[in-house]
Ligand binder design. Sequence first.
Ligand code: PXP
Length: 241
Amino acid sequence: MIRLGVNIDHVATLRQARGSVYPSPIEAALIAESTGADAITVHLREDRRHIQDRDVEMLRELLQIDMNLESSVNDEMIAFALHIKPQEVCLVPERREELTTEGGLDVVRHFKQVKYASDRLSEAGIRVSLFIDADFLQIDAALKVSVPIIEIHTGHYSNLLITSEQQCALEQIRSVASYATNQGMQVNAGHGLHYHNVQPIAAIADISELNIGHAIVSRSLFVGFESAIREMKKLMLDARK
Ligand code: PXP
């Protein structure tokens, strides 16, 4: 069974755009939970452009399914994660000027900082995941950090329009996922996945979970949040048949 982590950041983006109290990411998370989401993912960015600290606190109190908190390795953010104690923290790179998380964490280059953050979280009983590109060197570095989970950045695959290039990117994700699971790690994937490109990724048996946000929140404008989640989950499950 492949799991769906619903990322609700962009419900908060819409709220922040007008400084209103709606739409509520909390309401969205609870609807997602009752609709069959396997986890709720939120990225508390250093610039607080969408999800706010209070959202994360409330989600931690209310959710019955796992919360996957995406965080940079910055000390202030790690201290907040330790205060919240979600079931899972996914360490991601963060640049203030980017539109979204545009590349994976460079674990090779920032090994010491990543290891320090990861060790602190693990000691608190939090499962740690590293958001990395589909690159064997990054997997080896993640193994040295001793994290149980990696999340493969599917943004490159998602952005490619030429079929042969997308096929190549898919092959790379498939071999990296197989390598990582053979080394005992859980492999998740996400970023840029939508209703028309999710199935080849969901079909990779070595992938345990997909984290998807923008496409689901966007589709919910037209079909409602529950249907948008159900449609995505069905595509994922059908890809495994
Ligand atoms: N996984 C990670 C680690 C992310 O940073 C994001 C974007 O916040 C996603 C998954 C979801 O990406 P998208 O919103 O494009 O589905």
